[in-house]
Design a protein around this ligand. Structure first.
Ligand code: SF4
Ligand code: SF4
Ligand code: SF4
Length: 607
């Protein structure tokens, strides 16, 4: 199994295939692997599992940690995500909210560089903490600044979302821009509160040193004094720091210094579990995200969870009583009595803007700056309604132009229905054969089928027109399908890159022939591309051919019936075929709208 176009992915798959003996140790701990199989199976068959598959993994690294053979399945998943982005099929529309969140975090409005004189160290609280616990960030900065008056503060985003979504180039560009700015401003050390920021700065920060605020706090006096009474908590270690115990040790030390008892969960430290937020997996597979959260809830067994990642704290709060270490450390009374509440979106955005405003006032003798990283979010892919509306508009425009030309050129009187059909009949079998041949080569050559359908209706009438169009169009659809399957796979894959059809394979894997039926009945996708796209899936040819034949027929009948009455229309007559044809075209055009409404309704019911 080699991946010549992507060395990193090739190395990861090779390592998984060679070293994974499918012992099942990782699989039994992970719902995602239970669905897709052992890492070896994924490495061998990932192309058949669909481009969204790696985005369902939370990148938590538990599999890598427990593997006795030293396999790194989490690394494989990240490389598969990067590969999907490189091929133009990932990320997905489900990731837009997170990318928009990241974009705001790096924008002029939300960023702040507050750098006092001779500032070499800055507090970098990260987006989630600043949004959900703005007051705590302000307090924390006060404490750090009291100990080191040259301490600065930077409100910005480390771009971890882009990195975990496989947008490596964008991540490097935006993070490097920030890193260079910090270094240029004379910053040498970044104090982070978020485990993801810690990981990013450690791996990519270069000359910038990174330290967690929790370590820093252990070196300073406690602000609140000992917590009274017998307080016991359990700790959730964020999965990104499973290999780095420094922050976890510091957090435990802080709690113990305050007199808090700690009972460890079954899975902690190196063997910690994902909270459910990891890798934005919940955007694609919410069931896996919930499964992680549930497992945390079970392991907590009703105990108060304390963690040191605002993302974890916010997500786990849906399952169990959870606080951020800074909640309990800075305001133990309100935290332990349940009075302290973390803010949720959209209030978090407001909090960040207000925090920025308050900090600016406090930093009166500091250099103040902002940044605008202009994160490049993926262009909105064309919505289905636009596509179907466009198709109807083209159809109307085509008919209007044909009618206008016929009228203007005075050809109307020559287009006598009976005379025209008689002329066609005089060619015998040759006319329909030539017509069907023309239609059969149109889909493989990606020629638009609509004008040929209209001509079929005009030349052969509603009945034989529908028969010949059905035969011709189906032969063409099958030729394109077979070309994609057996002759020109690479060319077709390239053609589909970046289109929605790049993920058709996984839909077919889940729902089989129903996907063919749906895409034929609901004309949301370009017909010509669809034929090729199905050739790349695993659907048997016979099923594809039969389903296409059955499900393309309603559309064919509608357009041919309508077209067959055009000669009457040119002559100013409104025939019954015309009315029936218009009615059928309207019904066919409504199918996508009805389908979208039903889909939205179902999504609402499920959410
Ligand atoms: S969710 Fe975690 S344990 Fe499961 S495959 Fe992904 S990284 Fe491994
Ligand atoms: S634990 Fe390691 S060897 Fe076992 S199935 Fe997982 S990756 Fe393969
Ligand atoms: S938010 Fe969840 S996914 Fe992120 S570090 Fe915390 S444990 Fe991991």
């Amino acid at each position: 199994m080699t991946e010549p176009e992507n060395t990193a992915l090739g190395d990861e798959t090779k390592s998984c295939v060679e070293r994974c003996n499918e012992c099942g140790v990782c699989v039994k701990r992970c719902a995602f692997l239970q669905r897709y199989g052992s890492p070896k199976e994924i490495a061998l068959n990932h192309r058949k599992m669909g481009s969204k598959m790696p985005f369902e993994c939370s990148l938590c690294g538990l599999c890598t940690e427990v593997c006795p053979e030293g396999v790194d399945p989490a690394g494989l998943m990240l490389e598969l995500r990067r590969d999907a982005v490189k091929r133009g099929v990932g990320d997905f529309k489900e990731h837009r909210p997170l990318l928009a969140y990241e974009r705001r975090g790096t924008s002029r409005a939300f960023t702040l560089y507050g750098l006092p004189q001779r500032c070499e160290r800055v507090l970098f609280p990260g987006c989630a903490l600043a949004g959900s616990r703005a007051g705590r960030v302000e307090e924390l900065y006060e404490i750090l600044k009291a100990a080191d008056p040259s301490m600065g503060i930077v409100l910005d985003c480390c771009s971890s979302p882009s990195r975990s979504l496989g947008r490596e180039e964008e991540f490097i560009r935006v993070f490097t821009d920030m890193k260079e700015r910090l270094l240029k401003e004379g910053v040498r050390e970044v104090l982070v509160a978020c485990p993801n920021c810690y990981k990013i700065f450690s791996e990519y920060g270069g000359d910038l040193k990174v330290k967690t605020v929790y370590e820093e706090l252990t070196e300073l006096d406690s602000p609140a004094g000992k917590i009274e009474g017998d307080v016991m908590v359990t700790i959730h270690d964020p999965c990104v720091l499973r290999d780095d115990p420094i922050a976890g040790n510091a957090v435990r030390a802080l709690l113990q210094r305050e007199g808090v008892r700690i009972e460890e969960m079954k899975s902690s430290g190196k063997r910690t579990l994902c909270c459910g937020e990891g890798g934005n997996a919940g955007a694609i597979a919410p069931e896996f995200a919930k499964a992680w959260g549930k497992r945390r809830e079970e392991e907590a067994r009703g105990r108060h969870i304390v963690t040191y990642c605002a993302g974890c704290a916010n997500y786990l709060a849906h399952f169990a009583r959870t606080s951020h270490i800074l909640d309990i450390y800075l305001d133990p009374e309100a935290t332990l009595t349940g009075k302290l509440k973390a803010a949720r979106a959209p209030i978090t955005y407001l909090n960040r803007l207000r925090l920025k405003g308050r900090l600016k006032k406090k930093l009166f003798n500091a250099r103040i700056g902002e940044r605008d990283a202009a994160i490049d979010t993926p262009p909105k892919k064309k919505g289905p309604s636009r596509g179907s509306r466009l198709k109807l508009l083209i159809f109307i425009a085509f008919i209007a132009a044909a009618l206008f030309l016929a009228k203007a050129g005075g050809v109307g009187e020559y287009l006598e229905e009976a005379r025209l059909r008689q002329a066609i009949e005089s060619y015998g079998i040759l006319a329909p054969l030539a017509y069907m041949l023309l239609y059969a080569i149109a889909p493989p050559l990606m020629l638009p089928g609509l004008p040929i359908t209209v001509v079929g209706g005009v030349l052969f009438g509603p009945l034989w027109g529908a028969v010949y169009v059905t035969i011709g169009a189906n032969i063409g659809a099958n030729i394109a399908f077979l070309i994609a399957r057996y002759l020109a796979r690479g060319w077709v894959e390239e053609k589909l890159t970046g289109t929605k059809l790049g993920t058709l394979d996984e839909q077919v894997a889940k729902s089989g022939w129903k996907v063919v039926a749906l895409t034929r009945l609901v004309p949301l996708f370009p017909f010509n591309l669809l034929n090729y796209a199905f050739g790349l899936t695993k659907i048997p040819w016979s099923k594809y051919a039969l389903t296409s034949l059955i499900c393309m027929t309603p559309g064919v009948i509608a357009y041919v019936t309508f077209s067959s009455s055009l000669l009457d229309l040119v002559k100013g007559k409104v025939s019954s075929e015309l009315l029936i044809g218009v009615g059928l075209v309207v019904i066919v055009s409504l199918i996508p709208i009805i389908y979208k409404r039903l889909k939205a309704k179902r999504a609402n019911l499920e959410s």
